[in-house]
Design a protein around this ligand. Structure first.
Ligand SMILES: Nc1ncnc2c1ncn2[C@@H]1O[C@H](COP(=O)(O)OP(=O)(O)OP(=O)(O)O)[C@@H](O)[C@H]1O
Length: 379
């Protein structure tokens, strides 16, 4: 958007009672819909606590119903994000109207006075972390058919962010609470592009790194090296959570005080991967599930260069590709002990088998790259 367009927009936002604002939003040259504060206040019943559906590091989220009956999620950003209007609109310009079945659509925003509010499509079944805990959906809905679709859909949305969106976008904070489930339990990735709205030194997460403990790629957490492969790492952790029904950021597993990822690697080495599978998953195709866990291990390798790209991950999950697991190297891990809680949940155990196929080994691409950065050993 040019400066003159912003100036026009700025002058309009100072007048709170013009007809466009009464209508609910302003069109701008860049398709950013501007909702009036009044409209959002009315949609959320004056931001009533009973309309509150969540609170994250960026602010509080309310359910709202617009005048035309459309449900929206209204995210009121916290004070740290109070950028100027121009900076704010510049940042959200690239994430507005991004349409993909696996991405939560940002419908518009409100930038009146000190308010910075984002308006998203409302996604029916809340977030994956709550679903896995059985808080929002009957866990029988989280059968293998739905869980595998959630894995593949999330991978597809992330591949779109990395390879098709212009400019390519690294999400930085892939985690279960940022995956929302629609009425058919299809996944939609939320919060993409938001890290940029907060100045580096005041993100809600840490000083420089925007991400969540348990999901953070070691090279990003320790050296601030942000590439698409940091998202691939977080996605791998998410895969393990979806299959195990356990949270990597909150819990140590296996009675040995091991984090989830390290425990997964140990089970892989011992040939006991089936112990990882969520006991409440019910019937599942063992070979398929074991393959998904191994894809997760490819994604979380310590050396970023050894991790597949997201389009490769989609292929690995979707197609009968034989994984060359001889090439798997240990996961990288960074621990921030102060943020880790201890907890427990039961496990089951049995043997596992490898998926074989006639499709040939197409994982050689995964093995051909080498990483020049220091490799971080698992603990
Ligand atoms: N578009 C939406 N539709 C339905 N519910 C939503 C939507 N966006 C967010 N929520 C709900 O609000 C909760 C908080 O979301 P938010 O993205 O603010 O925080 P978070 O993902 O939990 O944490 P963080 O800010 O650290 O990423 C989500 O977990 C989800 O339950």
């Amino acid at each position: 958007m040019t400066c003159s367009c912003f100036r026009a927009l700025l002058s309009r936002t100072k007048h709170h009672h013009n007809s466009e604002q009464e209508a609910g939003w302003y069109p701008s040259n860049k398709n950013i819909k501007l909702f009036s504060y009044r409209k959002l206040r009315s949609a959320t019943n004056n931001f009533h606590p009973s309309n509150r559906i969540g609170r994250g590091g960026f602010g509080t989220v309310y359910k709202g119903i617009l005048g035309n009956g459309v449900a929206v999620a209204v995210k009121v950003l916290s004070t740290e994000s109070k950028q100027g209007i121009k900076e704010f609109l510049t940042e959200i310009d690239t994430i507005t109207n991004v349409r993909h079945p696996n991405l939560v659509e940002l419908l518009g925003c409100c930038v009146e006075e000190s308010s910075r509010i984002l308006v998203y499509e409302y996604v029916e079944n809340s977030s994956l972390d709550r679903a896995l805990l059985g808080m929002t959906v009957d866990t029988t809905n989280l059968n293998w058919k739905n869980r595998s679709a959630i894995c593949i859909g999330t991978a597809t949305g992330l591949a779109y962010l990395h390879e098709e969106l212009e400019p390519p976008t690294v999400h930085r904070d892939i985690k279960a609470s940022n995956i929302l489930l629609d009425s058919n339990f299809a996944p939609k990735i939320g919060d993409f592009g938001l890290a940029k709205l907060f100045p580096d030194n005041i993100t809600h997460i840490s000083t420089r790194v925007a991400g969540t403990n348990g999901y953070l790629a070691p090279e990003y957490a320790m050296k601030g090296q942000l590439t698409k492969k940091a998202d691939v790492y977080s996605f791998g952790v998410l895969l393990i959570e979806i299959i195990s029904g356990r949270s990597s950021s909150k819990t140590y597993w296996s009675g040995m005080g091991q984090p989830l990822l390290q425990w997964t690697w140990q089970l892989f080495k011992e040939g006991k991967l089936k112990e990882l599978v969520d006991p409440s998953l019910g019937e599942y195709p063992e070979e398929h599930v074991m393959k998904f866990i191994k894809v997760a291990l490819f994604c979380t390798q310590a050396a970023a260069g050894r991790r597949p790209s997201m389009p490769q991950v989609v292929e690995m999950l979707l197609r009968p590709i034989k994984l060359n697991e001889e090439e798997l190297t240990p996961p990288g891990y960074i621990d921030i002990p102060s943020k880790i809680n201890h907890g427990s949940r039961g496990t089951t155990s049995s043997n596992f088998q490898l998926k074989k196929s006639a499709a040939g080994d197409s994982t050689n691409l995964l093995m051909s790259t080498s990483d020049t950065s220091t490799e971080i050993s698992p603990r």
